[in-house]
Structure formats: C-alpha cells, structure tokens
Design a protein around this ligand. Sequence first.
Ligand code: ZN
Length: 265
Amino acid sequence: MTMLGYGIAVLLLTMLTQVGGLVLLLSLPLLNLIQLASCWQQSVLRLGVFLLVYALCVFVIVPKLASWGGRVPLLCTATADAPLRPANFGYCLLMRNYVTPDTKAHLVRVAQQFRQHYPNGTVRYLDANFPFMNGFPLLPHLSHKDGRKVDLAYFYQRKGSQESVDFSPSWHGYWFYEQPASRQKAACTGQKSWLRWDFEGLQSRYAAYEIDAERTRALLQLLVADAQKVLLEPHLQVRLGVQAANLKFQGCRAARHDDHIHAQW
Ligand SMILES: [Zn+2]
C-alpha cells in the first residue's frame, strides 16, 4: 500500500473506530517486517497480521485502557443476567459500544426489567460511544461523546402475520423510518438539514416488516422511567402513547429519531 493509501486508511479507521488508525500506525513496523516476492501474498499476510493485532486491541487491550479512563464496553452477547446485545456485532468490532460504568448499570437494569415482561426479550443497542476522551464525537452522532449516550433498536414484527422477530430489518439497525400517519404530522417538513436523512430509496427494502409497537412501547416506558433524557420523533410519542417530561424531540437539525430510540443518563 502507498503512503497515501495508509493515510486514508488511518483517517477512515479513526473516524469509524477512534483508535483503529492509531493501531494501524503502531503496527506499521511489524507489517514492514513482512517482505514477500509476491505483492498480493504480502498484502494478504500484512492484512491478516493487522487484523490479528486489531482483534487483540478490541478484546483485550482497549477494554483495559478504557476502564482506567472511566469507560467500559457494553456486552457483545446477551446473558441471562444481562439480556442486552448489539443489533450487529460490528458495533463491538468497531469499538462503538463504550459507556460509563453508571450508564452500563442503568442499561442492564432496563434490559432486566424488560425481560421480566417478555421472558425471551433481549434489548438491542446500536451506536453508543468510543472508548476514550470526552468530547470526541462518534460520527454522525454529535452528542455521543461523553459515555452517557446510547441508541437502542426498535422491536419489529412481520407484516401480516405479526410474528415477532429478534432482529432489525436493516443490517445496522438504523434508517428504517416509521413514517407519520400524514404529512401534517411530520416534523420538519420543508426544513433541510445535512444531519436529517430520509433515505427514501431504502424504505421499500424493509416493506415486509413493521415496528412491534407493544414491545417498543414497553422498552420506551422503562427508559423514560430510568434515563435522564430520551429522544423520539413526536408522531411516534403519540402513536406509542408515551408522554413524559424527559421524552423529547431532538429538533430538526439532528438525525431523525423514528428509526431508533436515543437514551442518555
Ligand atoms: Zn443517539
């Protein structure tokens, strides 16, 4: 790879994972020891070694270092005691699952309470925070920078049969928007913001599914009772029938919140 290629890779890894770019930079002396006659064999071997070093960082080194700075990873697999897992394992691999110990305790408690209502129910999280440094935002979520913000996935069911499913129709859990019942009920009509995406072209992909309003309402009620603030689009607050002083609209200059719930402590 050229110097420019490494530079772009470091930048992308930093934006996606915070520390992945630094891991790549620190791995370079090791990677440069791999010299093979075949260019593609050398590239594959270097990539393999980098992925091993990266995995060591994700699962061993970063959790240790982050705990000294006051952040811990959310669980990557659900357990009976903590029925909480990422909507996609990629959130763990990209180290986007870090929170303060206090936030983790709150979230696990909410997940335990949810399971009391739904014995097989598992709460699924999306983007949380990076492992280090207050003030370093987890893009594109500008506020996810203090270890106290977590996005949570809705629950879904198949349309027609109303059979519950335990995954999100979109592979990362975002961008499947619940549309308001009418244009009048839509927030921010005519107000464009570079952070408020609609992804209209994607919506038909998820047509076989719909929000499981009952389970999503139950999760929302637990969050509202526990969190400092919860963000949800106004038309969904009405549809799910949950109103509270700490349940708010994020405004028009931020991402839509009718594809996920944002909670903060
Ligand atoms: Zn959020």
